[in-house]
Ligand binder design. Structure first.
Ligand SMILES: NC(=O)c1ccc[n+]([C@@H]2O[C@H](COP(=O)([O-])OP(=O)(O)OC[C@H]3O[C@@H](n4cnc5c(N)ncnc54)[C@H](OP(=O)(O)O)[C@@H]3O)[C@@H](O)[C@H]2O)c1
Length: 293
């Protein structure tokens, strides 16, 4: 199995690289820096040269602009990365007969609290991030050997702006008083679990849209309280707050995903909240011991 991994320095890209390499899979990396192929993915010529040179059996695209504020301010760049890039990749994969796996989002659902949304559920495009990611799905699926994975991922990146989990563990460590959202729901899966399940999915070669996430939907408040209990055996100091209080772009907030379809393909249930928290805590200790935090 020869895999070309785009976005290998990102939070999810790193986890996929580490797991697939550990399993003996040949992973060729592409990123703006520190990769086998270093270039900006909006450069079509470089992209084509990379695919022509690698001739991958599988292309995994984890590259995206995930900053909602940036997507609002520069919708053109967001379109080029989140929408046009997967469209170009799908056409290149058709040329090289590669299996295309494109990572999408859960940022599509605006009501229903803890509801689990399945792959057929109606989507709502409330901001430029959602709009550009959705167009990315549509363009990816113009090629019939494409798998689009909708997800909500949490984990460590080790570089750049702190991820949600990196922020949370740092604040919990300091004993800070946290503002915790009671009405922002996700089915967050740890990137390490995502990478493991992705490899099992690839062996079954599904195509179309699939939710790959935790089997539990939790509020950000419940998620952080569980993390605090697992790390420090106590509840954090917190005040309850609402996602409606956040300034900036409008957000979708009922992001739960129904993962029944993915579970039936791989033959086991997706990790629940407890398993996700334990997986994050394991990774936290590994990184701490390796001085990577
Ligand atoms: N994080 C979440 O909460 C979340 C939730 C749901 C879905 N997702 C989806 O999951 C996927 C992975 O997200 P992530 O959290 O791993 O994001 P991430 O850590 O920000 O990684 C994305 C990578 O894309 C790269 N990239 C962006 N524009 C590029 C360009 N023009 N050329 C080359 N590389 C470029 C970035 O490179 P630089 O470092 O050089 O900028 C970054 O390393 C994305 O499709 C995202 O939409 C994420």
């Amino acid at each position: 199995m020869k895999v070309l991994l785009l976005g290998s320095k990102g939070m999810l890209g790193q986890a996929i690289h580490d797991h697939f390499s550990e399993k003996g899979i040949e992973v060729i990396t592409a990123a703006r820096h520190d990769a086998d192929y270093c270039f900006d993915f909006t450069d079509d010529e470089e992209l084509k040269k990379c695919l022509f040179s690698v001739k991958p059996e599988i292309v995994i695209n984890t590259a995206a602009i995930v900053d909602l504020g940036f997507c609002e301010e520069d919708a053109g760049t967001a379109y080029r990365v989140n929408a046009r890039l997967p469209g170009i990749l799908a056409e290149l994969c058709r040329e090289f007969n590669s299996y295309f796996i494109h990572i999408s989002t859960d940022h599509y659902y605006i009501s229903g609290g803890k509801t689990k949304h399945n792959e057929q559920e109606r989507v709502f495009l409330v901001n430029e991030y959602a709009r550009t990611k959705y167009i990315g799905e549509v363009l990816s699926l113009m090629y019939d050997n494409t798998l689009v994975l909708r997800t909500n991922i949490v984990g460590f990146r080790g570089t750049g702006k702190a991820t949600f989990v990196e922020w949370a563990v740092k604040e919990l460590e300091k004993g800070s008083r946290l503002n915790l959202f009671t009405d922002f729901y996700t089915s967050s899966i740890h990137t390490v679990d995502f990478a493991r399940i992705l490899l099992d999915l690839i062996r079954q070669h599904p195509v179309g849209i699939l939710n790959l996430a935790s089997s539990d939907v939790s509020s950000k408040k419940d998620f952080i309280i569980s993390l605090s209990k697992a790390l420090y055996n106590k509840e954090p100091d917190y005040v309850e707050t609402s996602v409606k209080e956040i300034s900036g772009p409008k957000r979708a907030s009922s992001l739960g995903l129904d993962t029944g379809k993915a579970g039936s393909i791989v033959g086991y249930s997706m990790p629940g909240l407890d398993e996700t928290i334990h997986s994050i805590v394991d990774e936290y200790h590994k990184r701490r011991n390796g001085n990577e935090l």
